[in-house]
Design a binder for this molecule. Structure first.
Ligand code: PMP
Length: 348
């Protein structure tokens, strides 16, 4: 969801952006107003995530899926080995792509438990010469969350934070690289944020096409290829909105409150099941299923009639899921919980 104030602003500015007399969609990428907007967006990311001086912020085209290949191209030279933690659908895809490019060592997997938890810190044995360790702080489809940041010594830690970036505080000093597609927290698809420690830039394996090389994006301030202007514009508005709400700490607290409301609704009725170990429950993507699968369809239909949309679970896991990213008002979680209680009374 996007906050309605952001949508209203987009509507108001669509024909006349920033006093230009034209739409942001029509601006040249060299228009000084647009250049200022890119700079503003970068500095907002730096400010809100407390990005250390040692790290660069890059804006790249495409989704987090692109980074599944781009990360090993950039961080894994020939003959390199990288560690991966396998906790569900998205880390599985990252592993498959990386394995085409680098020697992948799966350091831990929760597959045997049906991906209902995350490994314990002492289960992550990373070979000291690994090019990096990749993990997924929040698995969107399975609805899990690492309650800790892995400690991997000198091995660079890489996180696919597509689900959780901006919804919780993350100490970037502990990470070599973080990437996240923008659509969950910052509104529009087609843009991926990469935050990377500068010593990890410029190490792309020979033969890496320029456009996939982080060094090119750093050098050109992410403007080598015409940037996804509209997605950047929406991201800038969302970042301003997050800042005005009190920044990431406030958004993270709201995220905890929203998810507590939905987990309470799940746990207080035998009709709803969330299989995730309580200490590893996601705060942004909450899968659940109905004890009686014949009720799936009535649940979704009646929810839509009540104005609660997009509740079908990811196709790989089925069931339902509540998506609670920063733009979701707390009233949205409360409305879902009230509907779930009412539905359980009628069908339980
Ligand atoms: N990683 C995670 C954790 C995700 O949730 C998603 C998308 N839902 C992706 C990667 C893939 O992102 P994209 O669709 O932007 O490629």
């Amino acid at each position: 969801m996007l906050p309605s104030v952001v949508l209203e602003r987009v509507r108001a500015e669509l024909r006349d952006w920033s006093g230009s007399g034209f739409s942001v969609l029509e601006a040249s990428q060299w228009d000084p107003r647009l250049v200022a907007m890119f700079e503003h967006t970068t500095s907002r990311v730096r400010h809100l995530l407390d990005v250390p001086e040692s790290h660069r912020v890059l804006f790249m085209h495409g989704g987090a899926s692109h980074q599944f290949a781009i990360v090993p191209m950039n961080l894994g030279g020939a003959d390199a080995t990288a560690g991966y933690v396998h906790t569900g659908l998205w880390s599985g895809k990252a592993i498959r792509d990386a394995a085409n490019l680098i020697d992948v060592h799966v350091v831990a997997t929760t597959a045997d438990d049906g991906f209902t938890g995350v490994p314990r810190p002492d289960e992550l044995h990373v070979a000291p010469r690994s090019a990096y360790l990749h993990y997924t702080p929040s698995e969107t489809a399975q609805g899990t969350r690492f309650p800790y940041v892995p400690d991997v010594g000198d091995v660079p830690l890489v996180a696919d934070a597509s689900s959780s970036l901006f919804s919780e505080q993350l100490d970037l000093r502990r990470l070599g690289l973080v990437y996240a597609s923008a659509q969950k927290a910052l509104g529009a698809t087609g843009l991926t944020i990469v935050i990377v420690r500068e010593d990890l830039i410029g190490r792309a394996r020979p033969g890496t096409p320029d456009i996939f090389d982080y060094a090119l994006h750093e050098r050109t301030r992410s403007r080598h290829s015409t940037p996804p202007v509209f997605a950047l514009y929406i991201a800038g508005l969302m970042l301003d909105w997050i800042d005005a709400r009190g920044g990431v700490p406030a958004v993270a607290a709201a995220s905890r409150r929203r998810s507590d409301v939905v987990y309470d609704a799940i746990d207080s009725s035998a009709l709803y099941v969330n299989p995730v170990e309580p200490s590893a429950r996601s705060r942004v993507s909450i899968p659940f299923h109905l004890a009686d699968p014949r009720l799936d369809e009535p649940f979704l239909t009646e929810a839509a009639e009540a104005g609660l949309h997009a509740l079908a679970g990811h196709s790989s896991v089925g069931g339902m899921r509540a998506s609670l990213y920063p733009g979701m008002p707390e009233g949205g979680a409360e409305a879902l919980a009230a509907f779930m209680g009412d539905f359980a009374d009628r069908h339980g």
